[in-house]
Design a binder for this molecule. Sequence first.
Ligand SMILES: [Zn+2]
Length: 161
Amino acid sequence: MGKPMSFDIRKTHKGLGVFAARSILRGDRVLEFKGERCSKEVYKSCNTPDNCHFLQIDDDTYLGPSGEADDYVNHSCDPNCGVRYSGGRIFLHAIRDIANGEELSFDYSTTMDEDHWEMKCRCGSKECRGTVRDFKHLPENVKKRYIDLEIVPPFILKKVL
Ligand SMILES: [Zn+2]
């Protein structure tokens, strides 16, 4: 491992966001999702879905909020990071070089297969799909790109392959 990562958590038009506080190289492990495992029932009981910071990790399992930077990484339809599993732990990896000061993002659709939640997207990228929905609804070329980048979690991958 190289130098420890450091971030700034700042307000954006989408709520809080996480910004690189140094340059990050493609392939670098950026942060770990460290919330507690909980059931889909607990997740669904959350009152404010847009702000409750859950990460789906299996059909009926989620990671809850950790209170740290991993709660505040925003969605983008043209992300600079993706979620990878390694040795039972879950990390955010850079999928391209990221400049100091750039906002970190991943595509929430890469981790969603729940038939429960979707949101209007305000990511502002040229690739914006307008709505964030489950992985299965992504265009085929986008699915393939994410699978090739190895940022689709096993519980979703096993249904597509
Ligand atoms: Zn978008």
